[in-house]
Design a protein around this ligand. Structure first.
Ligand SMILES: CC(C)(COP(=O)(O)OP(=O)(O)OC[C@H]1O[C@@H](n2cnc3c(N)ncnc32)[C@H](O)[C@@H]1OP(=O)(O)O)[C@@H](O)C(=O)NCCC(=O)NCCS
Length: 191
C-alpha cells in the first residue's frame, strides 16, 4: 500500500485532499436538491455540510477498511466536485468509488476523468482486487460514468429498499484489477 503524493494531476484536473477553506464550495453543491436527488439524505444544512467536511479532512488516505478517501476535484483552480474511494474489505481487497460534481460542471467528462484516477489509486496504491460502484437505476448520468470507466453492470436490484419514500432500483457495477489493467486506463502522477 502506497500513499500517493498530492496533488494528483490528470489531463485537465487536480485532485487533492479537502481543506478547511473548502467549506463554502462544498456547501454550494451539498445544499442543492438536484445534486442530492439520488444520494442518501436531503440537501444539507450549513451545519451538516461542516460535519461532512470534518469527516473528509480526517482521512487523507484510507488506512483501514471502512475508511473513505474523498478528494476535492479542481479545474483551473476552482473546486468543481469531489471524488471518493472507499476501502470496503481488507482481506478480500474490495473497494468502491463515488463522485459528485457541481451541476455547473456536468457534461464535460470531469467525473469520468477523476474516477479514472481513483481506480488507479485503488488498484495501484491500495492493492485492490475489485472495485464497485452503485447508483439508483434512474441516475443515468451516474451509470454512464461507470460504463465509460469500463465497469460491468453486475446487478440490478429491484425494490431492495425504500428510497425517499418509494421502492428503490439499484445498479451495481464492478471492475476487476486484471480487467482494468487490460483496458485503456489513466496513468499519471500520484504514485
Ligand atoms: C453523476 C455525475 C457526477 C455525472 O456527471 P457527468 O457530467 O454526466 O459525467 P462526466 O463528468 O463524466 O461527463 C460525461 C458527459 O460529458 C460528455 N463529455 C464531454 N466531454 C467529455 C470528455 N472529454 N470525456 C468524457 N465525456 C465528455 C459526455 O459525452 C457525457 O455526456 P452524455 O452523458 O450526455 O453523453 C453528475 O450527474 C452528478 O454530480 N450528479 C449528482 C450527484 C450524484 O448523483 N452522484 C452519483 C451518485 S451514485
Amino acid at each position: 500500500m502506497t500513499k500517493p503524493s498530492y496533488p494528483i494531476r490528470t489531463e485537465r484536473l487536480l485532485l487533492r485532499p479537502f481543506t478547511a477553506g473548502d467549506q463554502a464550495v462544498l456547501y454550494s453543491w451539498q445544499s442543492r436538491e438536484d445534486v442530492m436527488r439520488y444520494l442518501y439524505g436531503g440537501p444539507k444544512t450549513p451545519e451538516e455540510s461542516a460535519e461532512s467536511l470534518a469527516r473528509k479532512l480526517a482521512v487523507t488516505w484510507p488506512e483501514k477498511e471502512g475508511e473513505h478517501l474523498s478528494l476535492a476535484v479542481e479545474r483551473d483552480g476552482v473546486v468543481i466536485g469531489e471524488t471518493v474511494l472507499k476501502w470496503l474489505h481488507e482481506e478480500f481487497r474490495q473497494g468502491e468509488i463515488g463522485y459528485v460534481l457541481h451541476p455547473d460542471h456536468h457534461g464535460r467528462g470531469y467525473a469520468t476523468e477523476a474516477s479514472r484516477a481513483m481506480l488507479a489509486l485503488g488498484f495501484d496504491n491500495l492493492g485492490l482486487h475489485r472495485i464497485v460502484a452503485s447508483c439508483d437505476a434512474f441516475n443515468e448520468p451516474s451509470w454512464r460514468v461507470m460504463e465509460r470507466l469500463g465497469m460491468r453492470r453486475e446487478a440490478h436490484f429491484r425494490h431492495n429498499e425504500v428510497f425517499k419514500g418509494s421502492w428503490g432500483e439499484e445498479f451495481i457495477y464492478a471492475i476487476l484489477e486484471d480487467e482494468w489493467r487490460a483496458g485503456d486506463r489513466w496513468t499519471g502522477s500520484g504514485t
